[in-house]
Design a protein around this ligand. Structure first.
Ligand code: PMP
Ligand code: GLN
Length: 384
């Protein structure tokens, strides 16, 4: 007799993530996949050559829990070079299994049952489950189209004695905007005298357009002392399938972070870490990344210029959101599914990034795709 009837879910609202759903549908329908955020092109052959090299040399056993020392050192050097901020590779740099793990560990490190965590919507889909699984309460601040600017007065009102952390994301997925220096100052002014942590998702740090720069939380002294800065090598090196990320945080924060990390995954895949440690020493790749993706953004935007979609060019990330208000008033999820089936172009409906599934008639297209795919998708979308 089977005694197991049901599992009482800790995430009863969660189905399969939209990225899995839309990518599967795109494959089944043989559609152009501009939905899930991953490059359609390969990483540098030098990087795969390095992985092969280290695998053949026998670097195939567990890496140290916090990451291999050469990668932590290369990352600390790169961070110093790019932002002028130093982190101790021994105690303040941790290599994780993707930024997803870094964000989860950071949330778990600070959030206790009953704590509130402020998040901005639309929000990347892993934040709320991480808060919920730790017994925290998400406090939502809804950003409005078209510019999705944060109103810091609203944040001030949302902060309570229970606020434990604020999760920020710049450059932003899905809307593609970026924090300004003034945003950092405003955030710092609100929390400088409070015990509030910042969990900063900066996975698109090297993908910022039109001559703007990425303002990392680490570059503000008040924010640096309380921030877990989470990054991803997947986005920077076209290796999303390797799932290697990191967390930069002051020693006390990193200690607690590692306490969690060691029981979530213990450590991260070894030969890839060695390969990345070598590759990080070549700055040209990440230095040229913004230009590379700006060309892709422009190619896609040009290709849909004559369509009835309306958009403001993305300022960063590899996503462009577009409004389809002039085309149809269908629910965005239904439209994304229909377009994948009927015209064979897959996208992500933006309502999935809102707790209340707000449908502002927006779709997200990923332009980290070969030019030919962007042009073909554009041609098709212009016919709508
Ligand atoms: N944060 C954001 C905003 C993302 O878009 C993604 C993934 N695409 C992640 C975190 C997760 O990164 P990783 O694949 O390194 O886990
Ligand atoms: N971050 C990617 C996106 O936004 C997807 C990552 C995932 O599939 N979980 O599309």
């Amino acid at each position: 007799m089977n005694k197991i009837k049901d599992i009482s879910s800790k995430l009863p609202y969660a189905g399969t993530t939209i990225f899995t759903v839309m990518s599967k549908l795109a494959t089944d329908e043989e559609a152009l996949n501009l939905s899930q955020g991953f490059p359609s092109f390969d990483c540098s052959p030098l990087l795969t050559e390095r992985v092969n090299h280290y695998m053949k040399k026998g670097f195939n056993q567990y890496a140290p829990m916090s990451g291999i020392p050469p990668l932590r050192e290369s990352l600390a050097e790169k961070t110093e070079k790019v932002y002028g901020i130093s982190y101790d590779p021994e105690t303040e740099v941790t290599i994780t299994s993707g930024a997803t793990e870094a964000i989860f560990c950071a949330v778990t490190a600070v959030v206790h049952p009953g704590d509130e965590v402020i998040i901005f919507e639309p929000a990347y889909d892993s934040y709320v489950p991480a808060i919920d699984l730790n017994g925290g309460t998400p406090v939502y601040i809804t950003l409005a189209a078209p510019d999705f600017k944060i109103n810091w007065e609203e944040v001030k009102t949302a902060i309570s004695s229970k606020t434990k952390a604020i999760i920020v994301n710049t450059p932003h997925n899905p809307v593609g905007n970026i924090f300004t220096r003034e945003d950092l100052d405003a955030l710092a002014a609100l929390i400088r005298d409070k015990e509030i942590f910042v969990i900063s998702d900066e996975v698109y740090e090297h993908i910022v357009f039109d001559g703007e720069i990425h303002h990392s939380m680490m570059t503000h002294p008040v924010l640096r002392e309380r921030s877990f800065v989470c990054g991803s090598f997947g986005k920077t090196y076209h290796t999303t399938g390797w799932k290697i990320g990191y967390c930069l945080a002051p020693k006390v924060l990193s200690e607690e972070f590692r306490r969690i990390h060691q029981y979530i995954t213990f450590s991260t895949v070894t030969p890839m870490q060695y390969a990345l440690a070598d590759f990080l020493k070549i700055p040209s790749h990440y230095e040229e990344l913004s230009r590379f993706y700006q060309d892709k953004r422009d190619k896609f935007n040009q290709a849909i210029q004559a369509s009835r979609f309306k958009f403001t060019p993305s300022k960063g990330s590899f996503f462009q959101i577009v409004s389809y208000k002039e085309i149809t008033d269908e629910y965005d999820y239904d439209l994304a599914v229909r377009l994948t089936k009927e015209i064979k172009v897959a996208s992500i409906p933006v309502s999935v990034f809102y707790n209340d599934k707000i449908d502002d008639k927006l779709l997200r297209f990923c332009f980290a795709k070969d030019d030919e795919i962007l042009e073909r998708a554009g041609e098709i979308l212009c016919r709508l």
